[in-house]
Ligand binder design. Sequence first.
Ligand code: AHN
Ligand code: ZN
Length: 336
Amino acid sequence: MNFNTIAGLLLVATLGTNLGCTKKDSSEQTTEQQTTALVQAPAFNADSAYAFVEKQVAFGPRVPNTSAHKQTGDYLVATLKQYGWQVTEQPFTATTYDGKKLNARNIIGSYNPQAAKRIMLASHWDSRPFADEDSTARTKPVPAANDGASGVGVLLEVARVLSQSSNKADVGVDIVFFDAEDWGNSQEAKDKLGGFCLGSQYWAANRHVPGYTAYFGILLDMVGAKGATFPKEGFSMQYGAEVVNQVWNTASQLGYNQYFIDQRGPAITDDHVPVNETARFPMIDIIHLRVNNLSRTFFDDWHTTEDDMDNIDRNTLKAVGQTLVQVIYQEAQPIQ
Ligand code: AHN
Ligand code: ZN
């Protein structure tokens, strides 16, 4: 269903609730499910997002301390700059649970850097160094098409759309690509986050702009698989239930409620946890979790060598990306 169809249906629904009411003025709220009128927002191009995912995967696994990792980081910086975003690179040394030192880098792109009202979007860009869920290749790295590249691909396309659309969003947006998310081991690591989320922990304690805060944040994790389901993740509901409901309602209005499931999911240790707990502004996680067959939490090929381009479906990228673009434009102040 396209935007005009939805806007038309909403208008009809709104008028419908007011027919036969003698004293109601049209701006009065009803007790029915609240739907905010959708503002005009540009189209998110799923083919372009797919190409951004493909490009990252073609570099090889983006494991810290490898040349594929370095080359991909440089590509992300160059692509954000190409679209006119202000880029800050945040290099740091991460120490893994097993004592390795990683040359890591968070990459931050800013749109409308002077705007006071800001929305932060994030995804991790590193690949897991070991496919430990793979019965036959437990020490090989993960191609990380879905678990890594999908979220980054969606955000690069958001960056392109915001800069190239003639309809400008008057709001600040920061895209943060966190490094060193996926070197964890929940069994062996002793720390609270199981050795995961090293880049987001570093960023939350050392923000790229001192005292940086956002109106809210949205993290993407595993947002590219066919038939993905995004229930309302536990920490997102704990710290940002209003943001979750706003995003899920927007997705539903756009016709994406097979993806954005109106159901609570488990709490997942992910990059939004340090943001909520250390940087202390609400950040939610759009993450593919199973809603039936709960013997496994994540998608079939999670942390295996099969997490490759065969997993990536343009329709899922579109549902997530178009929802983000709409949420951003809903927050923008109209330009006179
Ligand atoms: C845990 O498995 C505890 N968290 C998963 C975080 C993650 C790994 N996201 C992507 N890869
Ligand atoms: Zn992972």
